[in-house]
Design a protein around this ligand. Structure first.
Ligand code: AMP
Length: 211
C-alpha cells in the first residue's frame, strides 16, 4: 500500500506516519527529515535547502522532487508513506508523473487537520532527540529526565523552525501553498479526511481505520 499524508505543520504527520508505517512495514518517507539529513551531511541539496528551511519557506520544487524520486524508487516493493511531500500542487503533479513512470499509484491520500491554536501549542513545545529523532513535548509528553531522550539518553533540542516567528511563517506558507492540495486531491480516488485535533491514541485509532 502507498499512502500520502498531508496537512498543516504540527498536525502529527510525522508522529502518526512513523507509527503506522512501522506497524504496516511501509517505508516512511518524511520530506522534512530527508532535508534535515541532507543539511546535516552538507550535500549540495542540503546547502541549497538550508536557508529556505530556517526561514520556514518551501525548498524549491526541483530540489525536493529529485530527492524524493530516488527514495520512492528505492522503497518499491514494501509500500511507502509520504509525509510532507507533496506540499503544493506542482509537486503533486510531479509526483503523479513520477509514479506513472514507475508503474506505481497512491492508494490513500489522507488529509489531517486540527484547529490552529492546537497546532501552535504542539509546535512551540516540541522537542526532538538529536541522536534517534524521537519526539517529545514539554507539556503533553515530557521526557522522564529533562533534556534527555527516554529511549537512548540522547540530547533533546528544539528545531530552529519551531520558534514562534518561524512557525507563523510556516502556517502562512501552508495556507497559501499547501492548502490548495485539498482541492487537487479531494475528488480523486482514495481521498479521506482525518480529524487530528484529539489525543494521539485517538487519532491513531482513526488513522488505522482509514488505512
Ligand atoms: P517538516 O519537517 O515537514 O515540518 O518540514 C520542515 C521544512 O522542510 C519545511 O518548513 C520546508 O522548509 C522544508 N520542506 C519539507 N517538505 C517540503 C516539501 N515537500 N517542499 C518544500 N520544502 C519542504
Amino acid at each position: 500500500m502507498n499512502l500520502v499524508l498531508f496537512g498543516p505543520p504540527g498536525v502529527g504527520k510525522g508522529t502518526q506516519g512513523e507509527k503506522i508505517a512501522s506497524e504496516k512495514g511501509m517505508v516512511h518517507l518524511a520530506m522534512g527529515d530527508i532535508l534535515r539529513a541532507a543539511v546535516r551531511d552538507g550535500t549540495d541539496a542540503g546547502i541549497k535547502a538550508k536557508g529556505f528551511m530556517d526561514a520556514g519557506k518551501l525548498v524549491p520544487d526541483d530540489v525536493v522532487v529529485a530527492m524524493i524520486e530516488d527514495k520512492i524508487v528505492a522503497g518499491v516493493g514494501s509500500g511507502f508513506l509520504l509525509d510532507g511531500f507533496p506540499r503544493n500542487v506542482p509537486q503533486a503533479e510531479a509526483l503523479a508523473a513520477m509514479l506513472n513512470k514507475h508503474g506505481l499509484k497512491i492508494d490513500r491520500t489522507i488529509f489531517m487537520d486540527a484547529p490552529e491554536d492546537n497546532l501552535l501549542k504542539r509546535l512551540c513545545g516540541r522537542l526532538i532527540c538529536r541522536a534517534c529523532g524521537f519526539g517529545f513535548h514539554r507539556q503533553y509528553s515530557p521526557p522522564l529526565k529533562s533534556g534527555c531522550c527516554d529511549r537512548c539518553d540522547g540530547e533533546l533540542y528544539q528545531r530552529e523552525d519551531d520558534r514562534e516567528d518561524v512557525i507563523a511563517n510556516r502556517l502562512h506558507v501552508y495556507r497559501d501553498q499547501t492548502a490548495p492540495l485539498l482541492d487537487y486531491y479531494q475528488h480523486q480516488e482514495g481521498f479521506c479526511k482525518l480529524d487530528a485535533g484529539g489525543e494521539m491514541d485517538v487519532v491513531y485509532a482513526a488513522l488505522k481505520k482509514l488505512v
